[in-house]
Design a protein around this ligand. Structure first.
Ligand code: NAP
Length: 247
């Protein structure tokens, strides 16, 4: 599968890591559907950046935790571009707190977006991919899904769940030409992490062997590799992009 003229959906790609992935894929000639939940301004900005660089893109609002929204996302993509070759399940949220303070809603919201969203979107694109006997799916997990983190039991459980889901679906789809992999970013500077108190950021930095906080682009180029023909012999893998944090 050559990347040029293929079609990708990147969930949660109006800003942060998702935006960097959308721009990276578009630069490789991929037509990109920029999905977002509420920030239409950021999604339109991403689409404009892609178009200004000569690429093709549309923004589609859809809550990935809602079946009807996901169905509309797929329908709109097919109407616009006729096929889906690539899915990047990137949309994610945090509701951080220690377990004893964690409310049921904190658990449910994180599971709904971060894990159920991955299930709904993957299932929805898989029908077309199975028919065309090709496709590449990348799920954005986290270093926290591999190592756990105090204050993030909900998030870590969802991100670890993504790794098990990735391996299972990779096994189901391998014989049909569809590859499914995951990326586990470390600490990447985005809106999600930018609000952490400075002291906490300094502590995190001490645990990163490569000595710097990650950029969304550090993750995006690994995703581009995983969906490209160069990774055609890789499936079911989780690649850490974390400056050595997890080793
Ligand atoms: P971010 O800057 O907070 O952006 C999150 C994106 O997800 C936004 O585009 C948001 O849409 C979208 N989103 C949230 N809930 C959604 C829903 N229900 N349906 C559709 N879209 C939804 O986050 P980020 O830091 O770029 O993180 C991106 C992914 O990487 C997440 O899965 C996160 O868990 C993972 N990750 C991040 C880090 C890190 O250090 N930043 C590390 C490891 C893993 P709106 O713009 O419309 O709100």
């Amino acid at each position: 599968m050559m990347l040029k003229d293929s079609v990708a959906i990147v969930t949660g790609s109006g800003r942060g890591i998702g935006q960097a992935i959308a721009l990276e894929l578009a630069t490789a000639g991929v037509k990109v559907v920029v999905n977002y939940a509420g920030r239409s301004d950021k999604a339109e900005e991403t689409v404009e950046l892609i178009r200004a660089a000569g690429g093709e893109s549309v923004a589609v609002q859809a809550d990935v935790s809602q079946q009807a929204d996901v169905d509309r996302l797929i329908r709109t993509t097919l109407e616009q571009f006729g096929k889906i070759d690539i899915l990047v399940n990137n949309a994610g949220i945090t509701r951080d707190t220690l377990l004893l303070r964690m409310k049921e809603a904190d658990w449910d919201e994180v599971m709904a977006t971060n894990l159920k969203g991955v299930f709904l979107c993957t299932k929805a694109v898989s029908k077309g991919m199975l028919k065309q006997r090709s496709g590449a799916i990348v799920n954005i997990s986290s270093v926290v899904g591999l190592s756990g983190n105090a204050g993030q039991a909900n998030y870590a459980a969802a991100k670890a769940g993504i790794i098990g889901f990735t391996k299972s679906v990779a096994k189901e789809f391998a014989s049909r030409g569809i590859r499914v992999n995951a990326v586990a970013p470390g600490y990447i500077l985005t809106d999600m992490t930018g609000t952490l108190p400075e002291g906490m950021q300094t502590d995190i930095l001490r645990g990163i062997p490569l000595g710097r906080i990650g950029r969304p682009e550090d993750v995006a180029c690994v995703v581009r590799f995983l969906v490209s023909p160069e990774a055609s012999y890789m499936t079911g893998q989780t690649l850490s992009v974390d400056g050595g944090m997890e080793m």
